[in-house]
Design a protein around this ligand. Structure first.
Ligand SMILES: *[C@@H]1O[C@H](CO)[C@@H](O)[C@H](O)[C@H]1NC(C)=O
Ligand SMILES: *[C@@H]1O[C@H](CO)[C@@H](O)[C@H](O)[C@H]1NC(C)=O
Ligand SMILES: *[C@@H]1O[C@H](CO)[C@@H](O)[C@H](O)[C@H]1NC(C)=O
Ligand SMILES: *[C@@H]1O[C@H](CO)[C@@H](O)[C@H](O)[C@H]1NC(C)=O
Ligand SMILES: *[C@@H]1O[C@H](CO)[C@@H](O)[C@H](O)[C@H]1NC(C)=O
Ligand SMILES: *[C@@H]1O[C@H](CO)[C@@H](O)[C@H](O)[C@H]1NC(C)=O
Ligand SMILES: *[C@@H]1O[C@H](CO)[C@@H](O)[C@H](O)[C@H]1NC(C)=O
Length: 572
């Protein structure tokens, strides 16, 4: 009678009497329910099993073997028990794959006891992270120790000073040698963990001069600026927003979002009044330029044109401002704005550089792609088709779950087969790949009950090895400017370059990819890579259409006229 035995066992623990158990073994089952959030980190302690069942002074810690073990109910090894019989998360959980586990656990000791723990997995909003293909980034080939950033941002602005000088500034973020390690008082926070291709950057304004600028803009009600990567009417244009947030302005609806995302110390600090919040939504993996819509009238703003100098000038008008954002990507296995986080994706899954979301290879599921969907699955190494090329190698491994394998067979595209007994020999390598090797590769498993399981992958290799081109990859590309080399097209030149090896800059008056764009500079020449105008002497503005103000001349109106009697110098 199970119920009696349970009672007897419970009694035996209360009184410390073991007599009711057979030869020192009690096999009693009790079920206790505990819960765990699906986003619990690997290593999270869920519950101490003996404590859960009211068992103390029971575990023999001097024993060499584990006092507790999971006997059943955890097919894919999601949990483990540590030396103190604490149940810990051993692999990532995913509510959508399995929301409840009933683990049968054996507690060893002077008295063995079998218990059941029902684990309820709680669904967590916005988990697992979404893999958004809209903003997939390239994977950076790692070169040494140098760390990389997910994005490179170049900004440029031009303004006119109170005495007619034209100043322009170009900034690049992150700066080279930027301090990667988050300090105790970070001034910048970046969040790329949204699943909708949005990057949020928060900047705590501390410097006296920065604060004075923001203060001025705030007082003149310039609280936000929007920058578009195309016509503002086009819904497909990516958007870049710059928002000033006054920490005391409690009516501001954006404040609560900012508060959730920045360290508490920012909100509590008395030294800083404003937070500038930049938000970018990228709709592609390409470099984009966002041109900002500046307000018609601006207050005059005091800036320090030379860093670490005390000299200041007043900017009375802004001509233009833009930011160029280039998704760079992270090295393999890393994600986050500074590529500081480790991906959990397994079995050849791609890891999204924004939020670490995994895109599983066929046959796998779970937040980390470590739970097989089917009995048989195939893992390819390398997994990224971009890393496969003619004359290269690929390994296909056939993985089998929960069946008693008798034979494993590989069936090749030409119909031939290779059969091995048992689970051995489930890996094949195709070396020196030729286009004739393309086609389906099937792994078929026969088990001891006469059942057959199979799955396949299709090999489709069409590119040449790096720096090779031609039908038989017989030619060397030798591309300049870091251009990529295509089997059929040869060198694929970056913006601003042309020629068979990308050795020639775009002809005057053109710019961009394939020199297809036409310059729009009125009194100047555009830079071939991006079409930015380099105005001739005497002109300024985004398209060089503005003549220098009276009393000024030269490149960027830097020169001051020394003419007498209010004469102006003619701009040539
Ligand atoms: C187990 O308990 C001992 C004593 O309390 C402790 O020192 C040890 O760190 C614990 N082990 C684990 C894995 O938590
Ligand atoms: C991906 O990002 C785009 C751009 O923000 C968004 O419109 C889309 O809904 C996102 N897709 C998913 C699956 O969340
Ligand atoms: C946005 O892009 C999609 C797909 O590229 C296209 O079908 C659609 O017409 C575009 N919408 C606008 C307003 O340009
Ligand atoms: C492919 O494998 C062969 C031997 O198995 C090796 O010699 C060759 O270097 C490999 N090629 C590549 C591109 O890894
Ligand atoms: C596996 O089973 C199928 C179907 O019964 C049979 O046709 C095939 O020959 C078997 N393969 C091997 C290697 O025994
Ligand atoms: C812009 O033009 C000036 C004068 O013609 C030249 O010295 C300068 O190098 C040019 N700048 C760029 C980035 O080409
Ligand atoms: C120069 O212009 C200023 C202001 O426009 C005026 O006050 C001054 O009288 C002028 N000087 C001459 C010599 O015309």
């Amino acid at each position: 009678m199970a119920a009696d035995r349970t009672d007897q066992c419970r009694l035996s623990y209360i009184y410390g009497v073991l007599a009711v158990c057979f030869a020192g073994f009690c096999w009693c089952q009790e079920v206790k329910t505990v819960s765990v959030f699906e986003n619990a980190d690997v290593g999270t302690a869920v519950v101490n099993i003996p404590l859960l069942f009211g068992i103390t002074a029971h575990v023999h810690t001097e024993k060499a073997e584990l006092p507790c073990s999971v006997l059943d109910g955890d097919r894919y090894g999601r949990f483990a028990v540590d030396e103190n019989c604490t149940l810990v998360v051993d692999n990532p959980l995913d509510y959508s794959v399995q929301s409840e586990y009933v683990l049968k656990v054996l507690i060893s000791g002077r008295v063995h006891r079998e218990v059941k723990v029902r684990l309820q997995v709680h669904d967590v909003v916005d988990y697992p992270p979404v893999y958004n293909i809209t903003c997939e980034t390239p994977t950076v080939k790692q070169n040494g120790e140098r760390s990389t950033y997910l994005f490179q941002v170049d900004g440029k602005g031009e303004g006119v000073t109170s005495d007619g000088d034209v100043l322009s500034a170009k900034v690049r973020y992150p700066k080279p040698n930027w301090d990667l390690l988050p300090s105790d008082h970070p001034q910048l926070m970046v969040n790329t963990d949204n699943g909708d291709c949005r990057v949020d950057l928060f900047w705590a304004v501390y410097q006296a001069i920065d604060e004075a600028i923001v203060d001025k803009l705030w007082l003149t009600k310039v609280h936000s600026t929007t920058c578009f990567s195309g016509p503002a009417s086009d819904l497909n244009s990516s958007v870049f927003m710059i928002n000033l947030i006054d920490k005391e302005a409690n009516y501001d609806p954006r404040l609560s979002y900012v508060r959730e995302n920045v360290p508490d110390s920012w909100m509590e600090s008395d030294f800083q009044k404003y937070i500038v919040y930049f938000s970018v939504t990228t709709m592609s993996g390409d470099k984009r330029r966002f041109v900002c819509q500046l307000p018609e009238t601006m207050p005059s703003i005091k800036i320090r044109p030379v860093e670490e100098s005390l000299m200041t000038v007043d900017i009375v008008a802004f001509n233009y401002m833009w930011a160029e954002i280039k998704p760079v990507g992270c090295p393999p296995g890393r994600y986050g704005w500074a590529c500081q986080n480790m991906c959990i994706c397994r079995n050849g899954a791609y890891c999204h550089a924004f939020n670490g979301a995994c895109k599983c290879q066929q046959g796998w599921t779970g937040v980390a792609c470590d739970i097989p969907k089917d009995t048989v699955s195939i893992v390819a190494t390398p997994s990224d088709p971009r890393d496969l090329y003619i004359s290269g190698n690929v390994t296909l491994r056939c993985e089998v779950y929960d069946v008693d394998v008798v034979t494993t067979s590989w069936i090749f595209p030409d119909g031939s087969a290779k059969t091995t007994t048992g689970a051995d020999g489930t890996e094949i390598t195709i070396s020196d790949i030729k286009t004739t090797d393309n086609g389906p590769y099937t792994c078929q498993v026969n088990d001891s009950r006469g059942d057959v399981f199979k799955t396949d992958v299709v090999l489709n290799v069409d590119s040449c090895p790096p720096d090779r081109t031609g039908q038989h990859c017989e030619d060397v590309c030798g591309c300049r400017q870091g251009a990529s080399c295509d089997r059929w097209a040869g060198c694929v030149c970056p913006a601003g370059w042309t020629g068979r090896r990308c050795q020639t800059a775009c002809p005057q008056g053109t710019y961009g990819y394939g020199c297809r764009e036409t310059c729009e500079c009125e009194n100047g020449a555009c830079l071939p890579s991006d079409g930015v105008c380099n105005c001739t002497e005497g002109w300024f503005g985004q398209d060089c259409s503005k003549p220098c103000l009276p009393g000024r001349y030269g490149w960027s109106c830097h020169q001051i006229c020394t003419c007498k009697n209010n004469a102006t110098r003619m701009s040539d």
